[in-house]
Design a protein around this ligand. Structure first.
Ligand SMILES: Cc1cc2nc3c(=O)[nH]c(=O)nc-3n(C[C@H](O)[C@H](O)[C@H](O)COP(=O)(O)O)c2cc1C
Length: 217
């Protein structure tokens, strides 16, 4: 699947098959996390790969008792060192870039999982102190997300997403245009399908499979 299809078809998965994930796939996911963009390329992150059930259980408890997580055979816990970000970029590094960098890595994890036929979910509702203790991380390390990963056992419908018209402004705040698709030269699926259908009719007419419509005088 190409990158756009991967982005468009990814869903948060919260039910998993009882099936182990080959290490090669996990390696690709971790590598994708490592390759995410980060402010000034500081990469102040660590990724904890958790497979042991007892630790995963503690983590799900720390994640507001989201017990559905336990069915996923692996978790990736995304940690960040805000002190390092601060040394490079001061308060902005500590308070902002540190979160943004981790978010970019988490999105890469979600997409790399989906691209390989796996399911994953970004879990952010966590008690950070409890999480630190579950994985033995020091107090200065922030834990910015947990991603349970496994083979999906559900195909959730696409949740409601705001249309482009609602979320895109042109040039200035609040400047909406109604037909954003036409403005951007982007044509939705229905228009693409109509064009394909038209091409097919012309192809059939050219090959003699179909008569051309008679002209009305
Ligand atoms: C910052 C953040 C925190 C989230 N935390 C949780 C969580 O704790 N538990 C959960 O089940 N889903 C969590 N999600 C997943 C969202 O619920 C999900 O992305 C959203 O419903 C849209 O669905 P989609 O991912 O299928 O597009 C989180 C997502 C983000 C970005």
């Amino acid at each position: 699947m190409d990158a756009l299809e991967c982005i468009k078809t990814r869903r948060s998965i919260r039910r998993f098959k009882d099936r182990p994930v080959p290490f090669e796939l996990i390696g690709n996911i971790l590598d994708s996390a490592r390759l995410a963009p980060s402010a000034g390329n500081i990469q102040e992150w660590n990724f904890i790969l958790v497979t042991e059930y007892k630790i995963r259980e503690k983590i799900s408890m720390a994640a507001c008792m989201q017990t559905w997580m336990n069915d996923a055979p692996i978790y990736i816990v995304v940690c960040s060192d805000p002190g390092k970000a601060e040394r490079f970029y001061g308060e902005k590094g500590e308070k902002l870039y540190c979160l943004q960098n981790a978010a970019a890595a988490i999105e890469n994890i979600l997409l790399a999982a989906h691209a390989q036929g796996l399911g994953a979910c970004w879990v952010g509702a966590c008690e950070e102190d409890q999480l630190r203790s579950a994985i033995g991380a020091p107090d200065n390390i922030r834990i910015l997300g947990v991603v349970p990963i496994g083979y999906p056992a559900e195909e959730p419908r696409v949740p409601d997403k705001y249309p482009l018209t609602d979320v895109v402004f042109i040039d200035k705040w609040g400047n909406r245009i109604k037909d954003i698709a036409a403005y951007m030269g982007y044509y939705g699926e229905h228009i693409k399908k109509a064009a394909e259908k038209g091409k097919e009719i012309f192809r059939k007419m050219a090959s003699g499979e179909k008569k051309s419509p008679s002209r009305k005088s």
